[in-house]
Write a protein that binds this ligand. Structure first.
Ligand SMILES: Nc1ncnc2c1ncn2[C@@H]1O[C@H](COP(=O)(O)OP(=O)(O)OP(=O)(O)O)[C@@H](O)[C@H]1O
Ligand SMILES: [Mg+2]
Length: 449
């Protein structure tokens, strides 16, 4: 028999407490605790439909799990080669970023029976969007529904191979007393969908909102329940959108998919380097091109810096698309090891195209861009710079150097500055001149003209 009690749950991170607390001990948010009713059911955490049965592990290998290709190359890459039957994929993202657009385009291209369930739009609105995106497929069934039991009945009746639920925040289980969108509802609905996916061997894509007004629970809570968590991100003012895997039980989490939003939907970006460099102003100080690795792909990016004298006591340091603390460290290294007096200067750093990079291989390009703007000297525009910078001002080796060199050569650059340690291990001949560098001071001298 099930009984119920109340508990308090942090609406930000999902921390649970028996008493109301003002400040969440887990995420330090104030006033985020909400009262929730919990029904205690012994079975509520059984996710695997086949639980209880003992099977030989190698007998399962013969099932030949073939992935369902979405036929959108960028999407498939992030998924690890396609959707895995029996798995649940959660796609999270800011409001209006293009989640529904992405899944609709995928649904039409899947060439499998798809059930598209939406609790956010009417079937008419879906139809209008499909017309705008110029997608149509006789295999896609659409349904406006928020009651999970009805959705599950439809899945059982129609037996689709892929189910899309847009969004988990609007879906509810009628036997729970909580309103839709509350943490308990979201968690229970997701667990239930997970059970359905395993039992019916279909792939389920769930859409989750992150910061929509009036929404209490974010998809953070669901990350441990589902198999794959994808994040769809991008800057509002740019048309580029990046699909990133945060968790993937069936693939790498390093891969990214790059799209561009147009009126007729998302277009795949197959040659990101060309696009990110397309608006580069060649005769400008403070601009240096670097080669970053995103997943398994090299991407050439423009690092831009603007250094101006500060009129007030505390100079400003602003980094867009780059770690702020890393910028502070590099500024200190430039001051101490290259003799650039930056402590009285405002420094603004930007990675062009609205992309965010976290890998240390771009350090050297950041240093060169700052030095170029500070000294008002142009950097050589046929040169690409890669390398990690250590606290001693030394240039350290980076991974995947061959891929970076090839990408730079492919885009017509004449020279690439690489860490001296990397150049020792290089075997293949390239059409691009390789310039080994050992420390930031000599690099800056070689890059600036
Ligand atoms: N007519 C149009 N022309 C160009 N772009 C459009 C047009 N209509 C919509 N868009 C783009 O599509 C985006 C909305 O896409 P979509 O509805 O898929 O987002 P979403 O992430 O599902 O949003 P929500 O969080 O509201 O569900 C808009 O932000 C806009 O960039
Ligand atoms: Mg939507």
């Amino acid at each position: 028999m099930s009984k119920s009690r109340t508990k308090y749950v942090c609406s930000n991170c999902g921390y649970e407490s028996l008493k109301w607390i003002g400040k969440c001990p887990s995420c330090d948010n104030w006033n985020s605790f909400v009262e929730e009713l919990v029904e205690i059911k012994k079975t509520s955490l059984q996710v695997n439909a086949a639980s209880g049965n003992v099977v030989k592990l190698d007998s399962l290998v013969h099932e030949n799990e073939t992935r369902i290709k979405t036929n959108i190359e960028e999407f498939d890459r992030v998924l690890g080669g396609g959707l895995m039957p029996g798995s649940v994929v959660l796609i999270g993202g800011d409001p209006g970023i293009g989640k529904s657009t992405l899944v609709m385009q995928a649904a039409a291209k899947l060439q499998k029976k798809v059930l598209y369930v939406t609790g956010e739009e009417s079937v008419n609105q879906i139809n209008l969007r499909a017309k705008r995106l110029k997608v149509s497929s006789p295999d896609v069934l659409a349904m406006t529904e928020t009651d999970l039991d009805t959705i599950i009945s439809a899945i059982e009746k129609e037996e689709p191979e892929v189910v899309i639920v847009d969004s988990i925040q609007t879906t509810y289980k009628s036997d729970l007393e909580n309103t839709p969108g509350t943490i308990t509802q979201i968690r229970e609905c997701t667990s239930e969908l997970m059970r359905v996916a395993k039992k019916r061997h279909c792939a389920i894509i769930i859409i989750g909102h992150i910061t929509k007004e009036g929404m209490i629970a974010g998809p953070k809570l669901l990350e441990h329940i589902v198999d794959t968590v994808l994040q769809f991100e991008g800057e509002r003012s740019y048309s580029y959108r990046i699909l990133r895997a945060q968790k993937n039980r069936f693939g790498s989490t390093n891969e990214i998919g790059i799209f561009e939003m147009h009126e007729d939907g998302l277009h795949e970006v197959k040659n990101p380097s060309e696009i990110f460099l397309s608006e580069r102003e060649k005769e400008i100080t403070g601009s240096v091109v670097t080669a970053s690795i995103e997943g398994s792909r090299p991407i050439l990016l423009e690092v831009q810096a603007l250094v101006t004298p500060s009129a007030f006591g505390n100079p400003q340091r602003v980094a867009t698309g780059f770690d702020y603390r890393r910028l502070s460290i590099l500024l200190a290294v430039l001051e101490k090891r290259a003799g650039l007096k930056l402590s009285t200067q405002n420094v603004f750093l930007n990675i062009a195209g609205g992309i965010r990079i976290d890998e240390p291989a771009v350090d050297l390009a950041v240093c060169c861009a700052i030095a170029s703007s500070f000294t008002d000297k142009f950097s050589k525009n046929d040169t690409v710079v890669i390398g990690e910078v250590g606290l001693g001002g030394e240039v350290r080796s980076v991974g995947n150097v061959e891929k970076r060199i090839q990408e730079a050569a492919k885009l017509g650059f004449k020279k690439i500055l690489i860490p001296a340690n990397n150049s020792k291990s290089l075997k293949q001949k390239n059409s691009i001149e390789l310039v080994p560098v050992e420390n930031i001071l000599t690099t800056i001298q070689k890059v600036l003209r």
